[in-house]
Design a protein around this ligand. Structure first.
Ligand SMILES: Cc1cc2nc3c(=O)[nH]c(=O)nc-3n(C[C@H](O)[C@H](O)[C@H](O)COP(=O)(O)OP(=O)(O)OC[C@H]3O[C@@H](n4cnc5c(N)ncnc54)[C@H](O)[C@@H]3O)c2cc1C
Length: 763
């Protein structure tokens, strides 16, 4: 593959590239689909046949990882040891050296913090001397000084090919030549160069590197190269059954090759993932990757160079895929936070990660952008655009300020937070409970979505709900909604208006039994068949909303209780257990606790306890789609029974759509035997195939509003405060759509389509 050609599929084949503009390959790059699949596949194999058995089955592929790593750097497979990280490799190499008091180690200013910290420890524990090599004008190691320094005995020269703190590229060949001529070993830290810059180990004794950066391998992988001549001079400090054999008595034989530096236990799945990443790197070619990433970084550097108030901080000898810079009017950490809010991921490198470099150049920290083959011009443009935006002037008060505060991390709060962050707003999201709590209304595996609604006034919002689920599924890269059709039954003699909707058709009990053989309705029932009804993977949706929000920079704080709020002409002050916060807008999506935070709605909202049970079946297919889909039955004298098949077909979930009043300030209590028995009795009547045991049960809360409506919109008299009390037992399906609506309203866009739900309407 010649010139700058990089397959466009690189981006498509990178799951993470769907989430945000990731310009942090020098931190941990996004792995490809193949790497991810390789790791998961081996974990599955371990789970299926056992860890040792899986390792045996994958032995050939594991061996290949050494060959691929060797090929990357022009070495032999036996010169390679695999480790958990570059730092572990660094420790293994240097701790194996016979260092004595007074031994001189010559370290470049480009050395990484962990290397420097280890050298300081060796100085303390072994009495070595650490000499930091000065830099030439272009920022690289001053070669004439090095030549001079090597005229006296030295134990080691160590240099980082590319430091963590800039785009500098050290002249490795020249340094290796000087060290070689002086017969002093050279340890090269290639953590930031493996995978983006060509490297040949000729003349180098030790190389350490990581898998997670430009190699795009999994975190927790690293490698160590030990030249054959160096191997004989080193003695592994911690030999174990992998790197040595216990001969007899206390006789020990070290393993051949560099594997003597390895330990037995390791993450085989990650190493196979590293193998897949190495294969991809070699297939694409480091030269090609290097040219592409240097080209893209060059474009970024040029654009930043034009921006007023932005200063490039790379030394003249910089290049490659990394670009560092600062904004004169902002701390790098704040720049990173703002860009993260705009969906652009990069990092700030503080001086304490590279003091020999940054302190010398008078920099407290720099912003570091680093590109890879899954990036393209649109990412560079997005960074430049977001960087150019003026940072919001800090509101000098006792309270930190943000654009919007969202109270609640249920389906409505998390949808709103993500939607706001996508639109570039800074968002602080607060929830009183930790992630995954079961005190509110959004927990549990699954939920039902349907088009069939009693009143046409809902139709537009139902349409928007389906569109919003499609948008969320696409953004999450996961199928969150399975369309199965649904049946909504009630006594055929009923005269009150029932469910209806576009595409919904009335059916009698016999036709209903054909549609869902798993549901047994007596002849006294009639039903509505809704072909668009389906099952939502609620757990995956909540996880995706959390991840997407975080990926777009939502400042999510769980375990933070809002105690109150007050509005004034400038915005809103929110009082939390942790202090005061200020914002332009406040969105309250507090579910069962809405009344406590919005007194004017307190009398209109009723919290009730709702329980569900999941029942197994001897024939799971009989209670799964297509034999059964979401359903409800108005059971005279009992109430509305509803249910839906499990997403994975393991059990059917049922519940009654009413329950006793509940106090959300009291912890949720488990489903009682009596509650389960009531539901089990109904299941035996309507779901003959659900003949198994109760395999799961969930207690939950509805926040009921008059006419089963919602309150969505600005509070009367305080337009800067919005609320969504959107439950009444049917709010989940509307989560993503209402989140988008609240984001529009919070950012000043009119949404007349939601007027029918405005809080003032509720009374
Ligand atoms: C058993 C059951 C089955 C359901 N089935 C369906 C279905 O099939 N289809 C459907 O569409 N809908 C269904 N629903 C309804 C739906 O689940 C809810 O309408 C929806 O989850 C409500 O979400 P929410 O974000 O408004 O509230 P919640 O999920 O309750 O979130 C509110 C959050 O606000 C936080 N909070 C509250 N007060 C404070 C405070 N002072 N400070 C900080 N944080 C605070 C809480 O900790 C909580 O996390 C069902 C509900 C239940 C209970």
């Amino acid at each position: 593959m010649g010139s700058n050609f990089v397959p466009l599929t690189s981006r498509d084949a990178t799951p993470g590239a769907r989430y945000a503009r990731h310009l942090n390959a020098a931190g941990a790059a996004l792995p490809s689909e193949t790497v991810l699949g390789t790791v998961i596949e081996h974990l599955r194999l371990e789970a299926r046949i056992g860890g040792y058995e899986a390792a045996e089955a994958a032995r050939e592929r594991s061996e290949r990882v050494y060959e691929l790593a060797a090929r990357l750097i022009g070495a032999e497979a036996e010169d390679i040891a695999l480790t958990e990280s570059a730092t572990v490799a660094w420790h293994r190499a240097i701790d194996a050296m016979p260092l004595r008091p007074g031994d001189r180690i010559l370290a470049a200013a480009s050395s990484y913090v962990s290397s420097a910290l280890h050298l300081f420890e060796l100085r303390r524990s072994r009495g070595i001397e650490v000499e930091v090599l000065p830099c030439a004008a272009d920022g690289t190691v001053d070669l004439s000084f090095l030549a001079e320094a090597l005229r006296r005995p030295a134990a080691l020269v160590t240099v980082a090919h590319v430091p963590t703190s800039s785009a500098l590229i050290e002249p490795v060949a020249e340094i290796a030549a000087l060290a070689g001529a002086a017969r002093v070993p050279l340890l090269l830290d290639a953590t930031q160069s493996l995978g983006q810059l060509p490297l040949d180990v000729a003349g180098i004794d030790l190389v350490v590197g990581t898998g997670r950066k430009f190699l795009r391998g999994p975190r927790g992988t690293g490698l160590l190269y030990v030249s054959p001549r160096m191997r004989e001079r080193l003695h592994p400090p911690h030999p174990d059954v992998r790197g040595a054999t216990w001969q007899s008595g206390d006789a020990v034989e070290l393993a051949a090759g560099a594997r003597r530096f390895e330990t037995w236990e390791n993450a085989h799945a990650l190493r196979l993932g590293l193998g897949a990443a190495l294969q991809e790197t070699l297939t694409l070619g480091v030269d090609t990757i290097g040219r592409y990433t240097a080209g893209l970084a060059g474009r970024l550097r040029a654009a930043l160079g034009e921006m007023p108030g932005v200063r490039l901080t790379d030394p003249p000898a910089g290049g490659g895929a990394i670009v560092t810079f600062v904004r004169d009017d902002e701390k790098p950490a704040e720049t990173v936070r703002r860009l993260r809010a705009a969906g652009v991921h990069l990092v700030a490198v503080p001086a304490h990660h590279g003091r020999w470099d940054l302190e010398r150049r008078g920099l407290d920290a720099v912003v570091r952008a680093s590109v890879h083959v899954y990036n393209d011009d649109s990412d560079v443009d997005a960074l430049v655009t977001a960087l150019g935006r003026r940072s919001a002037p800090a509101f000098v008060s006792s309270a930190a300020r943000t654009d919007v505060i969202v109270v609640g991390a249920g389906v409505h709060g998390s949808s709103t937070a993500w939607q706001l962050a996508q639109r570039g707003a800074s968002v602080v999201q607060l929830d009183r409970f930790p992630d995954g709590h079961t005190e509110g209304s959004s927990h549990g595996h699954i939920r039902m979505i349907r088009r069939a609604y009693p009143n046409p006034i809902w139709d537009d919002l139902v349409d928007r709900a389906y569109l919003a689920w499609a948008e969320l599924s696409a953004a999450a890269g996961e199928r969150l909604l399975i369309t199965t059709g649904g049946l909504y039954a009630r006594p055929a003699v009923s005269t009150t208006p029932g469910l209806r909707g576009p595409g919904c058709i009335p059916v009698d009990a016999a036709r209903a039994a054909e549609i869902f053989p798993g549901l047994r309705l007596g002849d006294e029932f009639g039903a509505i068949y809704d072909p668009a009804a389906g099952v939502l993977d609620a757990a995956a949706a909540m996880r995706s909303l959390r991840e997407l929000g975080l990926a777009h920079g939502v400042d999510r704080r769980t375990g933070c209780r809002v105690e109150g709020w007050s509005a004034d002409g400038e915005g809103v002050t929110v009082r939390t257990a942790d202090g005061l916060l200020r914002a332009d807008r406040l969105v309250i999506t507090a579910g069962p606790w809405t009344g406590a935070l919005v007194p004017e709605l307190a009398d209109l909202l009723r919290v009730v306890r709702i329980v569900n049970i999941h029942i197994g079946a001897s024939d799971p297919a009989a209670v799964s789609a297509p034999a059964l889909g979401p359903f409800s039955v108005e059971v005279p004298g009992v109430g509305l029974l509803y249910g839906l098949p499990a997403f994975d077909g393991s059990a059917v979930k049922i519940g009654l759509d009413h329950g006793p009043a509940d106090d959300p300030e009291r912890p949720q209590t488990p489903v009682t035997a009596a509650e389960a028995a009531t539901l089990l009795g109904l299941a035996r009547r309507f779901l003959p195939a659900a003949n198994g045991d109760v395999v799961d049960s969930v207690a939950c809360r509805y926040t009921m509003a008059p006419r089963n409506r919602f309150a969505v919109g600005a509070l009367a008299g305080t337009p800067q405060v919005l609320v969504a009390a959107a439950c009444s037992g049917h709010g989940f399906k509307f989560g993503p759509a209402i989140g988008a609506g609240l984001a529009d309203l919070a950012l000043g866009k009119q949404r007349p389509d939601l007027d029918f739900l405005s809080p003032g309407e509720l009374g």
